[in-house]
Structures are given as C-alpha cells and as structure tokens.
Design a protein around this ligand. Structure first.
Ligand code: PEP
Ligand code: MG
Length: 931
C-alpha cells in the first residue's frame, strides 16, 4: 500500500537519470562482485546468483555469468534505448571471463559457449519479462556443438528453442510488432511443430528426432523471414545484444506494465539482465531440470518439495507442457503416482541437491524456491529466491522457523503479509456439502480456499463478466502472463495442464487466490466454448463450477461455502506472537451481540463502535425498526416520547447482551446517527401501517416523510444534531446503557460502556449532550440503588473542524474516536455515497494512487488526524484515542495510527486478525527509525 494516496508513481522516462555507477557485476568460479543485499541494483535473480556463487558459506555450483544493473535499464529508457558508454567493452570483458572459466568460446566453431539472457527485477514478476536461452547458436557453431556433444538431436532442439524465443521476444515483442490474437510468431511456430508431431504420429517434443528437428529449424527460419520480414540473425554478438535489449524492452511490455500496476511495483525500479553460461538439462537421460521449494509452499510442511523433468530445459517445467515428476516421495501427487522420483533416478545428484537446499535455507533463514539443472549427472544451481507461499504456509513456516530458532519473534511477524493472513480467514467449500458430491475432476491444489463461479474461457471474458457483477472461474488449457487481468478478475482459476510451479500456480499463490492446475482430465474446446471431462460430461460457458483449491477438487454446480474457521490453532498461535510484539490495541466494530461474540473469538479487546441504529438492520429487526420509524416521523415531543418508550426495551436489551458478551472489556456505544431518509419506508403498505400506528392519515405521513428528505443526507440532520434537537432521543439511549450496565453489575457481570457522541464540530455540542448524560446517570444511580457505574464519555472526531478544535473538545471528552469515513468525506469534499461515479477514473488516471475511503490519505486526512491527536493530548495527556472508520482494519492505515500514538484501532470482526498483525508489524518497522 502506498503511504499516501496522493503519491504518483513516477515514470522512469520522465525524470533525469541519476549518475550511473558500475554497470556489470561478475559471478563464477567461487567469487562474486555482488551479493544478496544488492537486489535494487542487481535484481533479485542477479543478487542471489552472486550470493550462491560467491558467499564463503555457499560457493555453490553456479554456471559463471554477469549481471547488467537495473541502473542500465533506467538509462536505456531515459536515453532513447541506448546504453551507457563503455558497456559494450564491459560485457566483452565479462564474456571473456566466462570463457576462461568454462573453457569454451562464444562464437567459436569448434568449442562454442552458449549463454542464457534473463531478466530479473527487484521483486519477482513471474513470467512477466523475457528469457532467451541458447544464445550463440549459429550456422557456424552448430557443427562444433554437435561434434562436442555427439548429440545432433540435442543441438537442433536447442536451436529450435532459440529461434522460437528470439523471434518472439526480440524480433516481435521488443520491436513493437503487435500481431492479431493467436497470430504471434511463437504461436505460428508452435503450430508448425504440432503439425510435425501429428505427421509423425507422436505426442511429445522428445519424440522428434534430430532429422525432424533439423527440418523444423529450417522451416522455422523461413517462417520468421516470411512473417517478420527479416532473417533470423546468424551472428553470436548480434544475438547477444538483441537479447539484452529485448530484456530491457520487456520492462515496458504490456503485460509487465499491467502486472506492475496490480502489484504496485514502481516503474523506476527497472530490470537487470543476467547473462550466464548455459548448462543443459536436455543432454539425454542423465540430464534433467527442475524447480523446488525448501518447504512446501502449499502448506508449509518442512520438507524439500519439488518437480523435475528428465531430458528437458527449464522452460519445459514451468510451461506446463509435460507434467513433471516428483523430486522425492514427499512431492508425489496423484498425477505423478507412477513416475520415478529424482531421488530414485539420480540418487547422487539428489543427495547433493538436498544438501545444498539445507545449507541455503540455513543461510537465508527463509523458505526458498530454487531452480537447478543436471547436465550429464552434474548438478548446477540456476536460481534461488525467497519462495512465494500461500497464507497457511506462510503462517506455519513463520511459527516453525521461530521454534527452530532460525528467526526471532519480530522477524516472524514480518514473514506473513496481511493478505496472506487473510487467506486463513477465507471461505472454504462447505465440507458437509462436499462430502455429498463427487468431484468432476481432480487437479493440483495450487491456491487455497474455495470458490465458485461461472465458467469463462478467456481472460477478456473474465474481466468483462466480472465487471457486469458476475462471479467467474477462468478455465484455461494453461495460463500465460497475458491472462493476468482475467485471472485477477476471476474468483478462481482452473487449468488443464501444468504443475505446481506453472504460471497459473505461481501467480495464484502469490495472490492467495483459489486455483486448481494440471487437471488433466479436462478437454477444453475453445471455439465451441465447452469443457468436457473424461467420462463424458460437457459443460458450457456460463455453467457453474465450484473449486476446492486446497485439495485440487473440481465440482459441477454451485456448492455452498463456509466462512473460514474461527478457531484455527495455527492462526491463534501466530496472533499470540503478534500480540507479544504490538502495542496498539485492537477492537471490533460490532452492532449486535452476535457480532460481539465473533469479535471476541477473533481476539478483539473491546468494541470500538457499536452503532445503535444498526441494530435495526437485518434479521429479526422488523419490530424495533418499525418503532424507530415511528420515532423518526414523530412530530411532537409527546409523539416522540411515546415512540421512544416503545423503542427503549429493544435498545436496552441489545446493549445489555453486547455488554455481557464483552465481559468488562470496553464497549463504545455511539448515540444514534441515522441518515434519516434511509429509515423512512417507501413501500406503500409499510407507509400505511406506520400511519395507522401513529394514528395519522397517509397524506400527513407522506408530508412528514417529505420533510425528512435531504439533498446530502450525510451532512444533514444526523449525529449529535439529532440529540440537540431532540434531547429525549439521547436520554433514552443513555438510560438504556446505564440501566443495562447496572443490571449486569447486580448479576455480577463487569461492564465498561463508553458513550460516544458522533458528528461533533463544536465543544458546546458536547457540553449540551454530556449534561444530559450526567442527568440520566444520576437518575439511574438513584433508581437502581447503585453507587457507580464505570463508564467514559467521549466523542467521535469526524469533521475537520473537530480536529482543529480538538483541544477544546478534549477539555470535556474522555476519549476520541476518529470516524475516518466522514473525515475523509468532509476533508476531500467527496460525498461518500457518490464516489462510484468518479473514483474509478481518479484511480485509473492516477489522480489518486489509492481510494482514500480504503486507505488513509496520510498527507491530507492524516494531517488532520495528527492535529487532532496533538491538540487533544495537549490538554488531556491520557486521552484515549481510537479509530472506528473502515480504515481501522486496513494495514497501512493501522500502521499510520500506530505512528500517531493511537490507543487502539477498531474494525470489522473479520479484519481483527489483520489489524493485530499490522499493529505488530508497525512496531517492528519503526525500530530502525529509532536507532
Ligand atoms: C465514520 O464516519 O468513520 C464512522 C465510523 O461513522 P459512520 O461510518 O457510521 O458514519
Ligand atoms: Mg461517521
């Protein structure tokens, strides 16, 4: 979340370039010029390659290479796609160092070195930017590589991959060519390859032999020339620089830009480029490539977990074209039941890998995701980074690592993001209903929780249907980065192909979205918009599906969902750790005794807002609502008092049950603050009934209702104004509160009501209302025969003027609670009910970086709050200060309230755990500032 809703993300091409430092960092041969802490400059991939290759505790087998810095990317975009002076020489020198270490030469006809060129931003952006493998293969180097490897098939396979990637990434995307849907060069080449397989009657790429592949490469090159009007480059240096430029260009590619927007990654970061000696997992059956996690990213289980493919290049595992085999027994899924594991097939390489994985985890003290390649039995590490994990896994890993003494409490608290914690609170498919239904299909459990929706087959449809208010499930053969907007819009994602590390799985896990991948029994017919399941069932676009993303199950139809478990031991343990770290108290906004009970289960330490008028919403509220309406449309004091008398028992009963549920914890009860017009019935029968009950004619009632109409009801006759005009309304509520508390005290139940007056702008309003409170308090003490009823009286701070005169208000008020919904409304002058018309445009055009009704606008509304806190505490040092606007459960706002020295935040019960976490993180994050 941005710290300010007004912070605009800057465009790297808009500002002047900073002075550029060292542009190229080398790693290899047990040494590195960079290290893990240099992510901003080297990108995540480059920094970790340097760490793995050169840190004295690691010095892992990493193929030598170099990283061109992110500063060069910024330079490239600020200088019409050109490079800083001297870069070519630096790249040449580094290439020579790789040559020396590998004993091969780039472009050498007899002993050629091939390199990979990969992107790598500060933060991983799975599949968003580009990679080109096998750079350096040309007419001249092909025979040399064949002679050296004695494997013609391998060489032509590598060549066809180079042509596919290079033509797509460099010659098409980076060149700005935008082909029609499905007419991209890569798709066209894939179709040629599929046709070749069909002709030969084979299914897998590996079943094409050297001759087939050689022919295929020739056909590919013709096609490239025909479609792109340019020959495929046959010069190694041209390929290298083409690739480097394309990786920098991909930073501004459509899908990278769209991913960054979703993830809030600033444009100025840029990507680094990693050039590294190629190692080959596709050199035969003693070669392999794979990916793994040091712990299971799906549930946090502390075991090495991964997948691999024999005789394959890395892209094959992630692309989901072949279903990978398990790395060891723990990684076995239903799909890979009969496949040999890496441990079984190559025990020595597995053992070395397992050992490296343990060392890496101890070194990084976090769960890592790794990529490796085995070339002719020799293991190479190609990547490691902190692994993405879902919410349950994040919580378990944090707790386990704390127990294992790998990390301290403060670090454990930072290891779970608020969004991940939210996943533990997510709905699941009702287990009872699930037990009664047979799954239609089973895939891999890639994203947690349950979801249901209507089937759509393209990302564009997902976006369009979701916009029209429909719940959709995006069903795809496999996803690719072009699908991200659709994946975002969908309730869940279901794919027919791919493993736990496929694109769909990575992205969904990163977002904590329900997702099932690799559901091999599904057959999707895109043109017909149908999906059939082996066994005959065919479903159409718009049909309902329900997914259990935690188990990988797919059900036909719409199954009932269940709220996330309120008693989850792991969640409770984690929240306990957070509570040991935080200082800010967390309360809940709760309007009914049931809400209060739920809030306590979630760990709320009180109620920060009990909206009296809300007890008239929802189930069982017909009778009190009717009485409230009578009160609202009353004309004379006598009429009103009669209505209030009828209302009193309802108000008191609800308050009493809520105070009782909170057992002595503070309960802030706000006097009634109803937008009056909302409570006037519109339906003729209800109007007639009300008229009859009031003993007036319908015409008179309509006249009174018309009198209550307001043009901006949010700034009208509400809050304290109602209590000033009709003191009896305040009196009734105060009496209900004190009587409820006194009765409970006699029953031995402790209570601590806090009476809160809303919509206050001047201290005289408080003088007036507190006098009423005082008067009723005396009356109740006497009537009930008790000496004291512990309570506080305070005010909401939700009008800008209240912030300015907070010192005057604090003279009388014992506490403040910031109503940031109204404060934002009145601070911005945005009617809170009418932002729908313009807010999306404001966000799209980056007039505002975030909706100020979701996250506090710190430079504006936040400054008003700061003023309120400072002025209030100046006259009353121990002033209790809280927040009860919707922002109270939003992590960045919680952190902000912590920084202002609030006593508590209050939010909806389901957000209480998130607020607890955010409050703990606020403490840890502030520490460096103090030193
Ligand atoms: C607020 O204004 O922030 C608040 C909590 O009150 P309401 O939303 O009921 O106006
Ligand atoms: Mg308000």
């Amino acid at each position: 979340m941005p710290s300010s809703v007004l912070t605009r993300k800057s465009n790297p091409s808009a500002s002047k370039p900073a002075k550029i430092g060292k542009c190229v960092y080398f790693f290899g041969g047990g040494k590195s010029e960079g290290n893990e802490s240099m992510k901003n400059l080297l990108g995540g991939k480059g920094a970790n390659l340097a760490e793995m290759a050169g840190h004295p505790d690691l010095r892992l087998p990493v193929p030598p290479g170099f990283t061109i810095t992110t500063e060069v990317c910024a330079y490239y975009w600020q200088n019409k796609r050109s490079y800083p002076k001297g870069l070519r020489e630096l790249v040449g020198d580094s290439l020579a160092r790789i040559e020396r270490l590998s004993g091969k030469k780039f472009g050498d006809p007899s002993n050629p070195l091939l390199v990979s060129v990969r992107s790598g931003a500060r933060k991983s952006m799975p599949g968003m930017m580009e990679t080109i493998l096998n750079v350096g293969l040309t007419k001249d180097t092909i025979p040399g590589l064949i002679a050296q490897t004695r494997n013609e098939r391998f060489v032509y396979d590598a060549y066809r991959r180079l042509i596919m990637m290079y033509s797509d990434v460099v010659m098409e995307k980076a060149a700005g060519v935008s082909p029609a849907e499905d007419q991209g060069i890569r798709k066209q080449l894939e179709r040629i390859m599929d046709a070749a397989k069909k002709r030969k009657g084979v299914r897998l790429d590996t079943e094409l032999d050297a001759k087939d592949l050689k022919k295929l490469c020739a056909r590919f090159k013709d096609k490239v020339q025909e479609v792109l009007g340019e020959a495929f480059p046959d010069e190694p240096m041209a390929q290298l620089w083409g690739s480097i430029g394309a990786v920098f260009a991909s930073w501004m590619g459509k899908r990278a830009v769209s991913y960054r927007r979703i993830e809030g990654i600033p444009e100025e970061w840029g990507t680094a480029v990693n050039v590294q000696a190629m190692v080959f997992g596709n050199m035969g059956n003693n070669s392999a490539t794979g990916v793994g996690f040091t712990r299971n990213p799906g549930d946090g289980d502390n075991r090495f977990y991964g997948e691999f493919l024999v005789n394959a290049q890395g892209e094959d595992v992630v692309a989901g074209i072949r279903t990978p085999a398990p790395i060891n027994e723990f990684s076995r899924s239903d799909q890979s039941q009969n496949r040999k594991s890496l441990e079984q097939l190559m025990p020595e390489a597995y053992k070395e890998l397992d050992d490296i994985v343990r060392r890496l985890e101890r070194h990084y003290r976090d769960m890592l995701d790794i990529e490796f390649t085995i070339e002719k039995k020799r293991l190479y590490m190609l990547q490691c980074r902190v692994g993405k994990r879902n919410g349950p896994a994040a919580v378990k890993i944090a707790l386990d690592m704390l127990r294992e003494k790998l990390i301290a409490k403060e670090e454990a608290v930072l290891r779970v993001t608020p969004a991940q914690l939210d996943e533990l609170l997510h709905p699941i498919v009702d287990p009872a209903a699930e037990a009664k239904h047979k799954p239609l299909a089973k895939g891999l459990p890639a994203g947690p929780g349950g979801a249901k929706g209507m089937i759509v087959f393209t990302a564009a449809e997902a976006v369009a249907w979701a916009k029209s208010g429909k719940q959709v499930i995006l069903v795809r053969e496999e996803t690719n980065p072009e699908d991200v907007e659709g994946m975002r819009a969908a309730q869940a994602i279901l794919t027919a192909r791919g493993g736990m590390t496929s694109h769909a799985a990575l992205v969904a896990r990163g977002w904590g979205k329900c997702c099932v991948v690799g559901c091999g029994s599904l057959e999707i017919d895109l043109p017909k918009k149908t999906v059939s399941v082996a066994g005959g069932k065919t479903l159409q676009e718009g049909d309902w599906l329900t997914l259990n993303g935690s188990k990988g199950l797919v059900y036909e139809g719409s199954l009932p969902m269940k709220d996330a478990s309120e008693s989850n031991k792991m969640l409770d343990d984690f929240l306990k750790v957070c509570s040991q770290v935080r200082r800010l108290k967390v309360r809940a906004n709760a309007d009914t005794p049931e809400d209060a009970a739920r809030a306590r289960k979630f760990g709320a330490e009180g109620i920060g807002l009990f909206r009296v008028e809300h007890m008239f919403y929802g189930k069982g509220s017909e009778e009190p609502l009717f009485k409230l309406r009578k009160m609202i449309v009353s004309k004379t004091e006598a009429e009103r008092r009669a209505a209030l008398d009828e209302l009193f028992p309802h108000v008191k009963a609800d308050i009493k049950a809520t105070l009782q549920a909170m057992k002595g914890l503070p309960v802030t009860i706000r006097t009634i603050d109803p937008p009056l017009h909302e409570f006037v019935p519109h339906d003729p029968t209800a109007l007639a009934e009300l008229a009859q009950s009031l003993g007036i004619g319908l015409a008179e009632l309509e006249k009174r209702a018309a009198g209550l109409r307001e043009s901006n009801p949010m700034m009208g006759h509400r809050g304290v104004r109602l209590g000033i005009t009709y003191p009896e309304v305040t009196e009734m509520q105060v009496r209900a509160i004190f009587e409820a508390a006194a009765e409970l005290a006699k029953e031995g139940v402790k209570t601590l009501p806090e009476i809160m007056i809303p919509v206050v702008c001047v201290e005289t309003e408080l003088h007036n209302q507190f006098a009423l409170v005082e008067k009723v308090y005396g009356e109740v003490l006497q009537a009930q025969g008790v000496r004291v009823i512990p309570h506080l009286v305070g005010t909401m701070i939700e009008i800008p003027r209240a912030c300015i005169v907070a010192d005057r208000l604090a003279e009388v008020a014992q506490f403040f609670s910031f109503g940031t919904n109204d404060l934002t409304q009145m601070g911005f002058g945005f009617s809170r009910d009418d932002t729908g018309a313009f807010m999306p445009g404001y966000l799209d055009k980056q007039i505002l970086a975030a909706d100020p009704f979701q996250t506090i606008d710190q430079p504006g509304i936040g400054e008003l709050m700061r003023m309120g806190v400072e002025r209030g505490r100046k006259v009353r040092k121990d002033l209790k200060i809280g927040i009860c606007g919707e922002h109270g459960g939003e992590p960045a706002s919680v952190e902000f309230c912590h920084s202002l020295g609030f006593s508590y935040v209050s939010c909806s019960p389901f957000r209480v755990p998130i607020a607890i976490l955010a409050a703990a993180q606020a403490v840890v994050k502030e520490k460096p500032k103090r030193k």
